[in-house]
Write a protein that binds this ligand. Structure first.
Ligand code: CTP
Length: 443
């Protein structure tokens, strides 16, 4: 099967117009812009969040916040203040968090089972949402007159607050002074946003929306990772397919979902690396803490990769189209009696370009080999032809589910030989590869 058949399927696209990806508007975003979206499952996975709920109307958003944090693999333990309990019940928080909800400082059972010191230490991050003017004032002045404020004073973990209050309370010099004090102590703030407030007034003071809070918690956890084994390493990752325009509404593409490349970017970031992910259009969420650069064509992907240099490591996981249309039509091609003929021109090979850089070549360049036949033979030949250090070889034959699926069976081809890895979820493949990269760099 040729590359053309394997990825681009031109004949099929033209014969079955309903399969044409007409609606660029509904395609994954591909704006070529640098974005920094940070909410991602992996960085929150297995992280423990102590959520302090103080007494504001925005506490009604807390059940959704807990649900979304847990969806991303985080465990959530709640402290509910007396005022918070006016807006949301301990029972609902317990049901959603799957854990006991702590309310009283002087509770004999709570203190003996889980004292306030342990509560504040057995977390990776402390999140105060909503954070009222009152709790901010208490935090700023080191007051500790209930369980929430005592835990906040006792914690040695990063703290993030999501303020929520009336606009006049927010802009009041006392609150702003307290905010400055807290920020001076490295406490992170998310929001508040502007809009209609529950009190009927309009302005700043709305608690940040749940996705924003989750993104901010993710960023904080990432920062906390700065002493990981890949700290201070710059890593470039390519991911996803490329779209090669035929005319303004049609393009040639392939079946890459970007799952593996995005998972690799996330796993590297989780080990502390400074990751730039250059991705073609995908539906994958932007991994936390990764600089994401969205591109469409192979030519743009190469430009973005070059702009991302210098890097210690490059991992090319993108399924770059080998050819682009050499003469994309400026206007939509009308359906005539005769189907149009497309002339293709070779695209730059990004992996080979990086591997063969005479100056500024990353120390370690890792490519992928997507093969349907003679997997290892082709993968070894690809490694030699392109000049990269490692090749992650995977069988993308129909039925393996590798393209678009969640699992992958890969073989790592290096100068020392071939490692056969068992079938794993793409996230596990990514974690293993990230660990191998960290090991190689430290060697
Ligand atoms: N690659 C690249 N730029 C291209 C084509 C491929 O950077 N224009 C990279 C891919 O990201 C991958 C590796 O090269 O890391 C191999 O891609 P693959 O599609 O398996 O192979 P091709 O080089 O396209 O060769 P063939 O289609 O003949 O298998």
């Amino acid at each position: 099967m040729t590359k053309l058949d394997k990825y681009s399927k031109i004949s099929i696209l033209w014969d079955v117009p309903s399969q044409l990806p007409w609606a660029l508007g509904s395609s994954p975003r591909a704006t070529g812009q640098r974005t920094h979206q940070k909410a991602d499952r992996s960085v929150l996975d297995n992280r423990r969040i102590l959520l302090i709920v103080s007494g504001g109307i925005a506490a009604v958003k807390v059940p959704d916040l807990i649900r979304r944090l847990r969806e991303r693999g985080a465990s959530v333990r709640c402290i509910l203040t007396r005022a918070g309990a006016q807006f949301v019940t301990p029972l609902s928080l317990a049901a959603l968090s799957g854990d006991k909800v702590y309310t009283e400082l002087f509770s004999l059972t709570d203190e003996s089972e889980m004292g306030h010191i342990r509560l504040s230490r057995e977390a990776d991050v402390v999140l105060v949402a909503p954070a009222t003017a009152d709790i901010m004032a208490k935090m700023a002045h080191g007051m500790a007159d209930d369980l929430a404020t005592t835990a906040l004073l006792a914690t040695d973990k990063p703290v993030i607050i999501a303020p929520s209050m009336n606009v006049m309370m927010w802009t009041h010099p006392a609150t702003q002074a307290n905010l400055a004090t807290l920020q001076g102590r490295q406490i992170t703030t998310v929001g508040p946003g502007a809009g209609d407030l529950a009190c009927g007034e309009v302005g700043d003071g709305r608690m940040a929306e749940v996705p924003e809070i989750i993104a901010a918690v993710g960023r904080l956890l990432r920062k906390d990772n700065r002493n990981g084994p890949l700290a201070r390493r710059r890593i470039l990752v390519t991911s996803g397919p490329t779209y090669e325009p035929i005319d303004p509404v049609r393009y040639l593409a392939n079946r890459s979902s970007g799952k593996q490349g995005h998972a690799i970017a996330a796993a590297l970031a989780n080990l502390g690396a400074d990751v730039t992910l250059v991705s073609g259009p995908t539906h994958e969420p932007a991994p936390d803490g990764v600089t994401l650069i969205r591109v469409e064509t192979a030519i743009d992907m190469l430009k973005a990769v070059r702009a991302g240099l210098p890097a210690d490591v490059a991992v090319c996981a993108a399924a770059v189209a080998d050819w682009g249309v050499s003469n994309p039509a400026p206007g939509k091609i009308k359906k005539g009696a005769k189907p149009p003929t497309l002339r293709l021109a070779p695209n730059p090979d990004i992996l080979a370009t990086l591997s063969q850089l005479s100056r500024g070549r990353p120390k370690l360049v890792v490519g992928f080999a997507a093969e349907t036949n003679n997997l290892l033979k082709n993968a070894k030949a690809k490694r030699a032809a392109k000049g990269c250090d490692w090749i992650v070889a995977n069988d993308v034959s129909p039925g393996t589910g590798a393209f678009g699926g969640d699992s992958n069976t890969v073989h790592l081809v290096t100068a020392d030989g071939v490692e056969d890895w068992p079938t794993m979820r793409k996230q596990a493949v990514a974690e293993r590869l990230a660990a191998r990269i960290a090991e190689a760099l430290s060697a």
